[in-house]
Design a protein around this ligand. Structure first.
Ligand code: AMP
Length: 434
C-alpha cells in the first residue's frame, strides 16, 4: 500500500515523501479513505501510530477540493482540539509539513503564553485551528473565534481530555459548533464516558482500531529492576553510565520527583533536563530542542508533559516510577520502538509498586523480565514482597481492568520465592529478552 493508492493528491503525496514516509501506517491506511469520503470516524489509536497524518492528510485534501467560502477570506473550516499544548503544537507542525504545497492556513492556540500573537493570527484568518480547550474557550468568550463556516471537527486524545478534567470545556465548545459537520474522534482507550461522548457527537461513524496494547508491548525489550525507592536515583545514574543509552526518556510520576532526578543526574554530570507543567513554554521548548538535537541525553518528564512529545530515536524509556494506570505503562514504553524499530524499556519497582506492576503484566499479557543482578538490590524483606508481583499474567480477573494501587504497604501475595534471576554475569541494560 502506497500513499498514492489512498487517492491522495500529488501535493500531499510529495509532502509526506519529503517527511520520509514511505508507506501509510495501518491507522492511515484504514482511516484516510473514510475521512476523504466525509464519514464520521472513531479512531482507537495511541500516539506513535501516525494518527495525526491519518486525519490531517484527508482534511487538507478535502479543504483543497472545495472552494473556500469567499475568495480571500479564511473562516475557520477545521477545528482540532488537543489536550496539551505540546500535542497541539505538534499537530500544528504536522499541518504545516503536510500542507506545505497548499495555500491553506492554520494556527495553534494554547494557554500558558500571551494571547496577542494568537489573536492576530485569528484576525488574519485561518482555515485550520488547532487548540487546547481552555484557551479556546477564553478566545471564544472574547469574540475572536467564529465557527459558522466549520466543516470538520477533530477531538484528539479524548481519553486524555477526560483524565485531565477538560471534558466540560470540550462539551462547551461542541455546543457552539454547527450541527452539520464531519466529526473525527481519536482516543487511545475507550472508557465508558468516551463511548458515551462518541455516541452523542458522531453520526453513523466508522470505527478503526490499531495496535492493541499487547502487540505494542511485544516489540519492546522490557525489564524491571526491583529497587528501594531511596536507591532509584543512584541506580539511574549507574545505568546511564552505559553509552548505549543514547537518548533516554525517564518518566517520573511527579514534577517534584522529576526535578530531583535531574538534580542528581547533574551532580553526576549527565546532561539532563526536566519537562513538566510548571515550566514555562520557553523552557519546555528549549528542553525539547536540546533533547532532539542530542545535546541533552536524558529527558525527565511527567506523563502529561511527555504525552505527544514527538522525538525520534528514543533508545530507552525508563520508568523511574511504575505508573498506577497500566495503560500508561504501554503509552510510555511506546515512546521507544517507533516506526517498527525495536526499543528498550526499563522499569524501577519498589515494594509498594508491585501491585501496579502486576496490573501491567496482566494488561500486556506477559511477565516483565526481572534483572536481579544490579548494585542496589532491594532489602531482603522487600524482595519477597516484590517477587510476588512478578508472577506474570493470568492472575486476577482479566486484562485491561483498572488498577488500584494498594494503600498500605502490606503484601497482597507473598511467598513467591526470590526474584527471578537476571541474565547472569554483567548486567545487561538492554534487559533480558523474553
Ligand atoms: P503520531 O501518532 O501522529 O504522533 O505520529 C507518530 C510519528 O510517526 C510521528 O513522528 C510522525 O512523523 C511519524 N509518521 C506518521 N506517519 C508515518 C508514516 N506513514 N511513515 C513513517 N512515519 C510516520
Amino acid at each position: 500500500m502506497r500513499f498514492e493508492d489512498l487517492r491522495l493528491i500529488d501535493p500531499l503525496v510529495r509532502a509526506v515523501h519529503a517527511e520520509g514516509y514511505e508507506r501509510p501506517t495501518p491507522i492511515q491506511a484504514q482511516a484516510i479513505p473514510h475521512v476523504l469520503a466525509g464519514r464520521d470516524l472513531c479512531g482507537v489509536a495511541q500516539t506513535g501510530t501516525g494518527k495525526t497524518a491519518a486525519f490531517a492528510l484527508p482534511i487538507l485534501q478535502r479543504l483543497m477540493g472545495e472552494a473556500a467560502p469567499r475568495a480571500g477570506a479564511h473562516p475557520i473550516r477545521v477545528l482540532v482540539l488537543s489536550p496539551t499544548r505540546e500535542l497541539a503544537a505538534q499537530i500544528g507542525e504536522s499541518f504545516a509539513a503536510y500542507g506545505r504545497h497548499t495555500h491553506l492556513r492554520h494556527t495553534v492556540v494554547f494557554g500558558g503564553v500571551g494571547q496577542e500573537a494568537q489573536t492576530q493570527a485569528l484576525r488574519r484568518g485561518v482555515d485550520i485551528l488547532v487548540a487546547t480547550p481552555g484557551r479556546l474557550l477564553d478566545l471564544m468568550g472574547q469574540g475572536f473565534v467564529k465557527f459558522h463556516a466549520l466543516e470538520v471537527f477533530v477531538l484528539d486524545e479524548a481519553d486524555r481530555m477526560l483524565d485531565m478534567g477538560f471534558i466540560h470545556d470540550v462539551r462547551k465548545v461542541i455546543a457552539v459548533l454547527p450541527q452539520k459537520r464531519q466529526t473525527l474522534l481519536f482516543s487511545a482507550t475507550m472508557p465508558r464516558d468516551i463511548q458515551e461522548l462518541a455516541g452523542r457527537i458522531l453520526i453513523d461513524p466508522v470505527r478503526v482500531e490499531v495496535t492493541p496494547v499487547a502487540t505494542t508491548a511485544e516489540k519492546i525489550a522490557q525489564s524491571v529492576y526491583f529497587v528501594d525507592q531511596a536507591n532509584k536515583r543512584r541506580l539511574l545514574v549507574d545505568l546511564l553510565r552505559d553509552p548505549a543509552i543514547t537518548r533516554a526518556l525517564v518518566f517520573s510520576r511527579t514534577k517534584h520527583g522529576a526535578n530531583r532526578v535531574v538534580e542528581q543526574l547533574e551532580r553526576a554530570q549527565i546532561p539532563s533536563v526536566a519537562i513538566h507543567g510548571n515550566k514555562s513554554q520557553n523552557a519546555r521548548e528549549r528542553a525539547l530542542t536540546g533533547f532532539k538535537r542530542g545535546a541533552i541525553r536524558v529527558l525527565v518528564a511527567t506523563d502529561i508533559a511527555a504525552r505527544g512529545i514527538d522525538v525520534e530515536d528514543i533508545s530507552h524509556v525508563i520508568n523511574f516510577d511504575i505508573p498506577e494506570v497500566p495503560e500508561t505503562y504501554v503509552h510510555r514504553i511506546g515512546r521507544t520502538a517507533r516506526a517498527g524499530a525495536e526499543g528498550i524499556a526499563v522499569s524501577f519497582c519498589d515494594a509498594e509498586e508491585r501491585a501496579s506492576l502486576r496490573d501491567i503484566e496482566r494488561l500486556i499479557r506477559m511477565p516483565v523480565p526481572v534483572v536481579s543482578d544490579h548494585p542496589y538490590p532491594m532489602t531482603a524483606s522487600a524482595v519477597s514482597v516484590a517477587a510476588s508481583s512478578s508472577g506474570g499474567p493470568g492472575r486476577g480477573n482479566g486484562a485491561g481492568g483498572s488498577s488500584h494501587r494498594s494503600g498500605s504497604g502490606a503484601p497482597h501475595r507473598s511467598g513467591g520465592g526470590s526474584a527471578r534471576p537476571g541474565p547472569g554475569g554483567r548486567r545487561s541494560f538492554r534487559g533480558p529478552r523474553r
